[in-house]
Design a protein around this ligand. Sequence first.
Ligand SMILES: NC(=O)c1ccc[n+]([C@@H]2O[C@H](COP(=O)([O-])OP(=O)(O)OC[C@H]3O[C@@H](n4cnc5c(N)ncnc54)[C@H](OP(=O)(O)O)[C@@H]3O)[C@@H](O)[C@H]2O)c1
Length: 221
Amino acid sequence: MTTIAIIGAGPGLGAAVARQFGRQGFDVALVSRNQDRVDALASDLTREGIVARGFAADVRDPNALAAALASATARLGPIEVLQYSPVPHRDFMRPVLETTPTDLFGPIEFSVYGPVAAVRQVLPGMRGLGRGTILLVNGGTAVVPHPERAGTSIAFAAESAYGQLLHDTLGGEGIHVAQLIVPGAIVPGHPRKDPAALARTLWGIHQDRHGFRHFADDLDS
Ligand SMILES: NC(=O)c1ccc[n+]([C@@H]2O[C@H](COP(=O)([O-])OP(=O)(O)OC[C@H]3O[C@@H](n4cnc5c(N)ncnc54)[C@H](OP(=O)(O)O)[C@@H]3O)[C@@H](O)[C@H]2O)c1
């Protein structure tokens, strides 16, 4: 059995993706900053018959993130699917004319250094398996920058470029890299933007293995 690692595994999308992939037979590594919270989610999943473990790391600390993924591999086995979907911090979303170089450290650490650290850690295992899937989840500012949310707009654009480069470079090795854009908010009960609906979309992307950028809903929704 192989493993999905969910980076930014909270009660919304992270938990829904854990259930979606767990029900399909994946073991689940849950990564967020708070060990108690990922342990509690892992316990819930275990009660539902899913093999799950929690690992604490701040994605803004590349060494800690790599160490968490190394522990996950040691405990659960090779990571076949990596999802990078921590929820961005509110203070990344400042108006463009108030944004200083220092204000961009956090967004770049979060959306660029974190994905690069995670991908570099899991790629040898995916190559060993001969297959893998890397899923990036972003808001609509990855596609249409928003003047009131400069940090995420700038950093998501860089993350998107990294993902597209990986897509183009790794496809020939059976490693599929894709991005899901969620315009607006994740909305419980929404036909396409409920966490479980988004998790089904991500499962479909993993199965279909076609194209880099996918949209959960219309961009102006
Ligand atoms: N929520 C929305 O309305 C919305 C809209 C558009 C796109 N998205 C995308 O959807 C994904 C998030 O889904 P969600 O909102 O339902 O979140 P979620 O899966 O419920 O939780 C995400 C988790 O990310 C963790 N996290 C935040 N900062 C972190 C850090 N520095 N290091 C490690 N973990 C961190 C938090 O846990 P800890 O506090 O324990 O670290 C949080 O519980 C993201 O990719 C986001 O871009 C969300």
